[in-house]
Design a protein around this ligand. Sequence first.
Ligand SMILES: Cc1cc2nc3c(=O)[nH]c(=O)nc-3n(C[C@H](O)[C@H](O)[C@H](O)COP(=O)(O)OP(=O)(O)OC[C@H]3O[C@@H](n4cnc5c(N)ncnc54)[C@H](O)[C@@H]3O)c2cc1C
Length: 387
Amino acid sequence: MPETVIIGAGIQGATLALAALERGVCPILVDRDDQPSGASVNSYGIVHGGLRYLQSMNIPRWVRSRRAQNWYIDRYPHQVRPLRCVMPLYAGAPRSPRLFALARGFDRMLRTALGQHVPLPEDGACSRQEVLQAYDVASHGLLGGAVWYDAQLLNPPALLREMLAEVEQRGGVVLRSTEVTGLIEQGGRLQAVQLRNASDGREQRIAADRLFDCGGAQAGRCMGPARRVPSAAVLAFNLLMDIPAPPASDAYALSPTPGRGRSFFFRRYGAATLVGTFYRPAPGILSPEPTAEDVRSALSSIRQCLPNVELDEGSVLATYAGLLPDRDGSGRALHPGDRHLRPGPEGYHMLVSGKLTTAPLLSEQVARRLWPAAPLPRAGGWRPRHA
Ligand SMILES: Cc1cc2nc3c(=O)[nH]c(=O)nc-3n(C[C@H](O)[C@H](O)[C@H](O)COP(=O)(O)OP(=O)(O)OC[C@H]3O[C@@H](n4cnc5c(N)ncnc54)[C@H](O)[C@@H]3O)c2cc1C
């Protein structure tokens, strides 16, 4: 009997495997690494929501991110904590206290109207003095701070390990250190998937009628060069810095130009400060490694965000990086949305999510569409040959 195979044990593949199992489909989840190692484990770990998206009046995104916050909090409460996010606001800047007060009111209204109750504290504001006492940000023109709560994943690798254990407990198969190297099709239909064991190079083939490619920025490569892969990569990275950190419960969202433009999060991480996320186009790159120039450019942004803090290249303790799918195949801009594409033979699906936040919703949406009525779980499915 042909199998359902999922490529990639990152957040997208793991949540799709769980959604399939909930509908009685036992998938084989395959990852080339033996431990989770892709973008999901190197992310900043924030399940974004609320005020962040109301600044740009992106209501569909607001609804999805609120639902996503609920998804994580309901299912994995021990892996999530509320993260108090503070954004300093400055005189004469577009992000004003008035704009945030409006967004807060709108957020409350939407929560009530759409019944989107999220078990996170209410958004609010704090004074100039409170901001300066908590963190040494630029003080010139500082009016106060906007405060909102996101959900923070305490330990993304541990969350993924828990999800994979759940997949196995419920009857799915997880093949670690195994790469999907190709697919076999006949008459425009998927017939089988070609695998290679990463440790001993052994190859094997599994008869499959459905393949879900959740390979992140590498999705589509298993189809070979003949088919056009609709995404190139964007490099994203965070820096672990030996610089002062804000209070442990908080993340500060700071911009190089106070009150406007891109902002970066600063939060305590052990005895250090995790700063991110920095992006740059990286089409064609397979390994996510920031260059010395990337780090210098990030440090220059951090200096602008924290003008009173001394830092240099020696302040960088570690980098956490990943590749993300881009918007249009040029690698110039990140694709923030979720995509379910079918660029290959019948039976081949590609799930590309730009955010850890909404990956579980994309998985559930696809599972609902493909397996609307849950069949009974099939007993004794495929097992690895060496088992
Ligand atoms: C530095 C950084 C910070 C981020 N911060 C946030 C944040 O705070 N909040 C947020 O919502 N999002 C954030 N993101 C985005 C988020 O992490 C990603 O959108 C999400 O993790 C992508 O998950 P994924 O499962 O699609 O890909 P990945 O996690 O990259 O997983 C893909 C997996 O597929 C495997 N694979 C690929 N090809 C094959 C193959 N042929 N055979 C076998 N295995 C294969 C890889 O080994 C990998 O394990 C951040 C990303 C980065 C890099």
